[in-house]
Design a binder for this molecule. Sequence first.
Ligand SMILES: [Zn+2]
Length: 162
Amino acid sequence: MWALEWEGQFLVVDAGLMFPQEDMLGIDLVLPDISYLLEGGRKVLGIFLSHGHEDHIGGLPYALKKLNVPVYGTRLTLGLVKPKLKEHRILREADLREVRVGDSVQLGPFRVETVAVCHSIPDAVALAIQTPVGRVLHQRFQARPRSSRRPPDRHGALPPPG
Ligand SMILES: [Zn+2]
């Protein structure tokens, strides 16, 4: 989970989970701590999902139970999210908003554009986020795998992942 803040307004990207490591005896799941986002005076505008891997969407049901905000994602990503929300009995009240590659969504002071990238799951996107003070690129994976014959990403100018 990653968050961008501007004057008390937050854009959250991804809500994953981690599986416990050897020294975490008795722990089933490691979830993001969203208590900071729940503090008074803070407004979360939405959660943008970059792709459907568990370490990016697995914590979403737990986050939405405390913070029911719109969730943006591509079709496959939301398709993977729905059974999880159903299992947690929160699918009906969830506000899922499908986006396509190249779409731009304005969320308060943030304008989020989805950018096609190659990843080991289809329908993955990087996010180019225009803020009042500049542009932020959220990209958690290799934009252009070295050993791939797939066509290059639409945005060939993306920097390598950090
Ligand atoms: Zn992934």
